[in-house]
Design a protein around this ligand. Structure first.
Ligand SMILES: *Cc1c(COP(=O)(O)O)cnc(C)c1O
Length: 428
């Protein structure tokens, strides 16, 4: 309802935002132009290299497919500008690179991004960046991790193992008090279910590899600028607030105002380090976005039915899904994602490790391979696969204990999904 009052609704924006009025070059046209680097004439090239003609000029100095994706995701998130990059990890890296100098720190959720974070920590540490881990579902834990070196708080809106929704507004208050930007990874919720900027986030990240693209056909990432953080004159963020001799003494925060972060990521991140998104992948993501609203509705409906089914099954010890009325996170779900709690959930099997591995092997419709969060239902047993290398304590802390199953519920007919779970559980 409120969306109607302030402009077009989500599904309308998902089809039209950022598309030129000319129907011949509208959304859905595969990228036919060569990638970045082709200029109309010398004058345009000179202006772009001097960053003079900002606005559509710099935006469109990239391939039109990428530019359309950026404008559309900025519109769907309610941000001022966006930047498309090669992967979700690249989005995270470039965003942090704009904020952290050697010796600085950022705070993030323990076990974020599956079992991958411990390795990423080592890489970031080699840049001189400190990674402080806290419980992102507990704002007090994040607050306790703050130090004078903290330059960002990075949380996930829905934590990836499923089952937890972060109280973004409470974390935003802590970030504001400490004057550090709040970055929210909105990959699992997507802007259809949750818009972090409405709750006080300053920057939003996406792995478009998951629900945005939606079909497990690509990797991609996005950085979205909320335009809310005031970088100007803040010496702690020199990439944005200090004059750049290499760009004629320009101060990015001054020149580009409420989309300075997105421009800085483009110039100092994308252009200088090179994690460009292939225009064909941008085209695939734009095509995926057209059905995002419908897909997230169906993912959420199906996941709720699965959660209800599992909660009533004797072989299942516990189910974590915030859409369930009995879930501890349900009160937050009602505030943050009234349209649905998304497609991911976890459960624990009463029979422990043995039951969990045998359950996975018995599944027929669910695949146990590859990425989460696309059209097809998938199941994984992290303790024996993705999180194998962690200690038992670390496994349990990352929602990857021996009896834990993660499910990514797809768009199949719910009767077929339930039938597959039923026959697999019958055998454990
Ligand atoms: C997968 C994932 C990432 C990493 O994205 P890639 O596109 O695989 O690099 C980041 N954040 C979340 C929440 C993810 O699920």
């Amino acid at each position: 309802m409120t969306e109607q009052a302030i402009g077009p609704g989500f599904a309308t924006l998902a089809l039209h935002a950022g598309a030129p009025a000319d129907p011949a070059s509208a959304a859905g046209t595969p990228p036919t132009e060569p990638p970045a680097g082709v200029f109309e004439d010398m004058e345009q090239a000179t202006a772009l290299f001097g960053l003079e003609g900002f606005g559509s000029d710099v935006v469109h100095s990239v391939n039109p497919a990428n530019a359309l994706l950026e404008e559309r995701v900025a519109a769907l998130e309610g941000g001022t500008a966006a930047l498309a990059v090669a992967s979700g990890r690249a989005a995270q890296f470039l965003a942090l690179r704009m904020l952290l100098q050697p010796g600085d720190e950022f705070i993030t959720g323990c076990g974020q991004h599956g079992g991958q974070m411990p390795h990423v920590d080592q890489t970031y540490k080699s840049f001189g960046w400190g990674v402080k881990c806290a419980d992102q579902a507990d704002p007090k834990s994040l607050e306790a991790a703050l130090t004078p070196q903290t330059k960002a708080i990075l949380i996930e809106s829905f934590t990836k193992p499923g089952g937890r929704i972060v109280d973004i507004a409470a974390v935003a208050e802590i970030a504001k008090k400490a004057r550090v930007p709040l970055i929210v990874d909105n990959t699992i919720a997507t802007p259809y279910l949750l818009q972090p900027f409405a709750h006080g986030a300053d920057l939003v990240l996406h792995s478009a590899t998951k629900f945005l693209g939606g079909h497990d056909t690509l990797t991609g990432g996005l950085i979205v600028d909320g335009g809310t953080f005031d970088w100007q004159g803040d010496a702690r963020f020199p990439m944005l607030s200090a004059p750049r001799p290499d760009y004629g003494g320009m101060v990015f925060a001054e020149i580009f105002g409420n989309f300075a972060f997105a421009v800085a990521c483009r110039i100092f991140g994308l252009n200088e380090l090179g994690p460009t998104l292939s225009p064909f992948n941008a085209f695939l993501i734009v095509t995926g976005l057209e059905t995002l609203a419908l897909r997230m509705q169906r993912h959420s409906e199906n996941a709720l039915r699965v959660a209800e089914y599992l909660a009533g099954h004797k072989a299942v010890g516990a189910v974590d899904y915030p859409g369930l009325a009995s879930d501890p996170a349900h009160a937050l779900a009602k505030i943050y994602c009234p349209r649905g709690a998304g497609g991911l959930l976890t459960c624990r099997l009463a029979g422990g490790y043995e039951a969990a591995t045998s359950f996975i092997q018995r599944l027929r419709l669910f695949s146990s391979l590859g990425e989460i969060s696309d059209t097809r239902s998938r199941a994984s047993h992290p303790a024996s696969t993705t999180h194998r290398h962690l200690s038992d304590v670390e496994k349990t802390a990352s929602t990857a204990g021996p009896d834990r199953i993660r499910l990514s519920i797809g768009l199949e007919d719910i009767a077929d999904i339930l039938a597959d779970l039923d026959q697999a559980l019958a055998g454990v």
